[in-house]
Design a protein around this ligand. Structure first.
Ligand code: RNT
Ligand code: ZN
Length: 429
């Protein structure tokens, strides 16, 4: 009874705060109810790999190995089985307003204790994920896994000068696209297949041209198999450098942007994959002028690391603003990509998704028309002042209300809920 009264009171407070926020935004010409309705277009794809430190389920003791990416930390509760991973994702989604998708890597197949090498995987190995996604009413996205494998140990996969190695990886990625298309077909929502390869070299290479030529040839062969766009969308992910590939990454931004434009694929913009003074937010309008769609890997770069938990920072805000200002929400696929093993992994997801949602919500609450008018009039004081004023408008009250009408915990209440899940489930693993 007491709990019931408290909930009633809380929801009343949230509604009053929302009403107040609604009036404040209305004064700036913004209809908050319409903005909330638009949040349905912000359909974030959760990366499965935060739940288990990018280990996957090929063997019971699988771990992320090489590839220029690294996980640090050993916080208890990592998902060690598909069942645990599913339970964790269900818990995460229960704490999020709106609907999400799940983004799987090939190493997360349901191999049922069998050794299935990457060039042998089939749609059947992912059927239990598809069935679960149907039950959850969510879409799936997919990724070839071209790392954590002996044939990736020398740092080259699709650009390898060893023909047998290159062929192995071509076969893997071809199969991944087939699996992705099957996911899209069965789930009735296109699967975005993202291709990121670690290929690169620690020290100064002399034959960059050949490595890039080999990668181009591999991609041409992989993409020569066509799938309906309603089933599969192909995206390719560039990177400036990785750990152990500091001097050159074969799949650089120029390489993939050129390839994507020429071959009509999507490009993946991972905001941890550029020089720190570059902004992915600034790249979006350019990419959208030449490509039908893009994929985001939303992350947080910290010094040399590109994969910290997403928070609501300026970089994320600019990304969301640029997408909304370009009216391109339906041309941008939003994925997350980070892995931190030093904190509760369920919490890491909820923090990141809520931050990304808040960035888009703020962007939708922007009086863009008035800002553009100030810009066109050359009134840069007004433009800058308005951008600053918007930062202290009560977007939090709008987000709380969005949580309320979606029936999920509001504000800090999710923290205790995750701590409870940690005590009841995670520490017992
Ligand atoms: C690596 C890329 C890539 C990976 C995942 C696991 O730098 O960002 O997207 O993080 O595929
Ligand atoms: Zn990425």
């Amino acid at each position: 009874m007491c709990q019931f009264i408290k909930e009633m009171k809380d929801s009343k407070t949230i509604k009053i705060a929302y009403q107040n926020a609604k009036e404040q935004y209305a004064e700036m010409g913004i209809n908050t109810d319409e903005v909330i309705a638009q949040m349905a277009k912000v359909n974030i794809s959760l990366h499965c790999w935060q739940a288990d430190d990018v280990s996957g389920f090929e063997t019971p003791d699988a771990e992320l190995g090489g590839g220029g990416i690294q996980v640090t930390g050993n916080y208890p509760g990592k998902a060690k089985t598909i069942e645990q991973l599913k339970a964790d994702i269900e818990k995460v989604m229960s704490l999020l307003p709106g609907s999400q998708r799940l983004n799987l890597h090939a190493i997360y197949g349901d191999f049922k204790g069998q050794k299935v090498d990457r060039d042998q995987i089939e749609p059947a190995h992912y059927q239990s994920w598809i069935d679960w996604a149907k039950k959850m009413k969510i879409g799936l996205d997919f990724n070839a896994t071209c790392f954590s494998h002996p044939l990736a140990d020398d740092g080259f996969t699709l650009s390898s000068k060893n023909e047998a190695t290159r062929r192995f990886w071509i076969e893997h990625v071809k199969r991944c696209r087939l699996i992705g298309a099957e996911m899209g077909k069965q789930l009735g929502t296109p699967c975005v297949h993202n291709l990121w390869i670690p290929d690169g070299s620690k020290d100064i290479p002399v034959d960059r041209y050949t490595y890039r030529k080999l990668l181009k040839e591999s991609l041409d062969e992989i993409l020569s198999v066509e799938y309906p766009k309603e089933y599969l969308k192909d995206s390719i992910e560039c990177k400036l450098f990785g750990i152990g590939s500091e001097a050159m990454v074969v799949g650089s931004h120029e390489f993939y942007l050129g390839y994507a434009i020429k071959n009509n694929t999507l490009i993946t913009l991972d905001n941890g994959h550029f020089h720190p003074t570059e902004q992915v937010g600034d790249k979006i309008s350019s990419c959208l002028l030449y490509l039908d769609e893009i994929l985001l890997h939303v992350t947080r770069g910290v010094r040399w690391d590109s994969d910290h938990v997403v928070i609501l920072n300026d970089e994320l805000s600019l990304i969301a603003q640029e997408i909304v200002r370009a009216k391109a929400l339906d041309r941008v696929n939003i994925g997350l990509d980070y892995f931190d093993a030093t904190l509760n992994r369920i919490g890491a997801y909820v923090i990141g998704v809520r931050a990304a949602q808040q960035a888009f919500l703020c962007a939708l609450l922007e009086p863009t028309k008035a800002l553009v008018e100030a810009e066109e009039a050359g009134n840069f004081f007004r433009r800058l002042a308005m951008l600053e004023v918007m930062k202290s408008k009560p977007f939090g009250a709008v987000y709380d209300y969005y949580c309320l009408i979606n029936n999920v915990l509001i504000g800090e209440d999710y923290i205790a809920e995750i701590e409870k899940y940690e005590a009841e489930v995670l520490v017992k693993r």
